[in-house]
Design a protein around this ligand. Structure first.
Ligand code: SAH
Length: 212
């Protein structure tokens, strides 16, 4: 069977059965996920599982998020195609590619050097992606403020530097809580310099390293 067509068929099925059927509606999100070849972002030996309804190991104790959680978090960001997005935890850089398909500029921060180097290679054709190898707890101050912030590793509490780097009217989506116990996905908004936190649902993410 033609492998390329095989993956695009699996991708189409995933969008229908895992995303649309569970209520993902944002056309920009659905279009981006329909376009980006998820199989290119997982380790070669896991390619056949790329469209499974679950997270997959990418090595170093880290995971690529389940397709649905990528879609859901991206939808919660309410991307308009303008402004800057900051991502904490590049990992496989699949979420980074989805963001880059929709947002104007994407700044992504990864603490593990190997993932940082691979992401730079994989995403070299995206002119709107900027990646740094550093501790995302402190965000990426040089390019702040950001209209949107997303974290895919869970801090114990919302990092103050990230709140500081969120622009007025901005939205931040992130998991918070101790791993192995209960973590909650939050949508944080900033209006008139006031922060509002909305708990969305329970989630399971890897911990944000070196958070204080
Ligand atoms: N969105 C990614 C998620 C990868 S898992 C994907 O779907 O592939 C979380 C990632 O966050 C890992 O790559 C991990 O190394 C990274 N991470 C953990 N703590 C971090 C920190 N303090 N700063 C930046 N990245 C961090």
């Amino acid at each position: 069977m033609d492998t390329k067509n095989d993956f695009s068929h699996l991708r189409e099925q995933m969008v229908k059965t895992q995303l649309i059927s569970r209520g993902i509606k944002d056309k920009k999100v659905l279009n981006a996920i329909s376009k980006v070849p998820r199989e290119k972002f997982v380790p070669p030996e896991k390619q056949s599982q790329a469209y499974y309804d679950m997270p997959l190991s990418i090595g170093s104790g880290q995971t690529i998020s389940q397709p649905y959680i990528v879609a859901y978090m991206t939808e919660l960001l309410e991307l308009k195609g303008t402004g800057k997005v900051l991502e904490i935890g590049t990992g496989s850089c699949y979420q980074t590619a989805i963001l880059a398909e929709i947002a104007k500029e994407v700044y992504s921060v990864e603490i593990i050097e190997k993932f940082y180097r691979e992401a730079k290679k994989i995403l070299r054709n995206y002119g709107n992606v900027h990646i740094a190898n550093k501790n995302g707890y402190y965000g990426w101050k040089e390019h702040a403020p950001y209209e949107r912030i997303i974290a895919t590793a869970a801090p114990k509490t919302i990092p103050k530097p990230l709140i500081g780097q969120l622009s007025e009217g901005g939205i931040m989506v992130l998991p918070v809580g101790a791993t192995g116990f209960s973590q909650t996905l939050y949508k944080v908004t900033k209006k008139n310099n006031k922060i509002t936190k909305k708990a969305i649902c329970g989630v399971a993410f890897v911990p944000l390293k070196k958070n204080i």
